[in-house]
Ligand binder design. Structure first.
Ligand code: ADP
Ligand code: PLP
Length: 327
């Protein structure tokens, strides 16, 4: 497993992409998690010009991403104002190839609440859960990191997104409540805690991290994608398919047969066309034979066989036939 978060420079990011690609080649089971990277509370950590690199190179390499609402908007280009928008943004990230998309926080729930969404994509099937809870009054640092770490740990242990999501939320809320209570005690009545006083009470929350309480139940999101989102998803799919066609036409291949990601056989357009013409010629010749036999009383016989070799198509065998005059 491999987790990356904040990277502030283009060359670092490019190197990360290179390393992940290499590591995945050696170990296809490697899980690469892209956690939040960009911003919090509308504050942007990384240079704006890195966004295209994150969006187009880094995210497609990731198995799991855990953006907050603002980052999900930036990565998908979709402004998230309600659950339908959130589903569109999630769909967009899935179509980039990400298997698990979790929006770690958003303000699209009920007034005063935070809403989180966790979605998986397996064989084209989407499973999306949501959990809503009250937003506490305070700015916390490191919550995105803790969220991603807990989620990854539980996905690894239980292999169920629902279970991992519920346990993660339970830990988060325990840690945050403990942190806020402690910070308010330190600050004194009526005072706003300082950022230092708001430092997450991680060590004190060891048991809540190891054994989360059974406090949160994730609801299956029964809301289906709106027509526009479906169209958008279909467009992405079409784009993907056209990308596939381009790849084939650029390699001159019509058909690729792959095993373990490696092309084991391929046919060019020319090869497939030749095969079709040959089949057509054989069918027409044989129909002519039958017709001439019927009309003339002659007998058509096959005198020899010719083996037609076609380099990358399977070897095919066809009969060359001619007419013999029998008394
Ligand atoms: N103000 C808050 N009130 C309640 N929970 C919070 C609050 N801020 C963060 N959290 C918890 O932390 C998790 C991650 O928070 P988020 O704000 O998405 O992190 P980041 O923006 O750092 O990626 C949320 O799912 C939530 O459980
Ligand atoms: C520069 C920087 N600031 C703050 C954070 C903490 O981020 P968050 O509060 O979103 O977990 C990180 C974590 O990656 C970071 O790299």
């Amino acid at each position: 497993m491999c987790v990356f978060c904040y990277m502030g420079s283009k060359s670092f990011l490019e190197k990360v992409a290179e390393i992940i690609t290499d590591l995945k080649k050696y170990n296809p089971n490697l899980i690469y998690v892209k956690i939040h990277f960009y911003s919090k509370n509308n504050y942007v950590y990384v240079p704006q010009e890195l966004l295209p690199l994150y969006r187009d190179v880094i995210v497609p390499l990731a198995d799991i991403v855990t953006p907050n609402q603002f980052e999900a908007e930036k990565l998908s280009g979709i402004s998230i104002n309600n659950q339908d928008d959130a589903l569109k943004a999630i769909e967009c990230l899935h179509t980039k190839g990400v298997k698990v998309v979790v929006i770690s926080s958003s303000d699209i729930g009920k007034e005063g609440n935070m809403l989180t969404l966790a979605s998986t994509a397996k064989n084209g099937v989407r499973e999306c859960y949501k959990i809503e809870f009250p937003m506490l009054d305070g700015r916390f640092v490191g919550t995105g990191d803790l969220f991603a770490a807990c989620l990854l740990g539980w996905i690894h242990k239980s292999n169920s997104i629902k279970d991992a999501f519920e346990k993660t939320l339970s830990t988060m809320q325990s840690v945050i409540k403990r942190t806020l209570e402690h910070a308010q005690k330190l600050a004194g009545p009526g005072n706003k805690p300082t950022p230092a006083q708001m430092e997450l009470r991680l060590v004190q929350s060891k048991s809540d991290i190891e054994n989360p309480k059974d406090t949160f139940k994730a609801q299956l999101n029964r809301k289906t994608l709106s027509q526009s989102a479906q169209n958008q998803a279909a467009t992405s799919l079409r784009n993907q398919l056209s990308g596939l066609e381009n790849r084939h036409s650029s390699s001159g291949l019509l058909l690729d047969i792959t095993r373990g990601g490696k092309r084991v056989r391929g046919c060019t357009y020319a090869q497939v066309t030749c095969a079709f013409i040959l089949i057509l010629v054989i069918m027409v010749t044989s129909a002519m034979m039958r017709y001439l036999e019927r009309e003339s009383g002659f007998k058509a016989i096959s005198t020899h066989s010719v083996v037609l070799m076609h380099n990358s198509l399977n070897t095919s065998r066809g009969n060359m036939t001619h007419l013999s005059n029998f008394p």
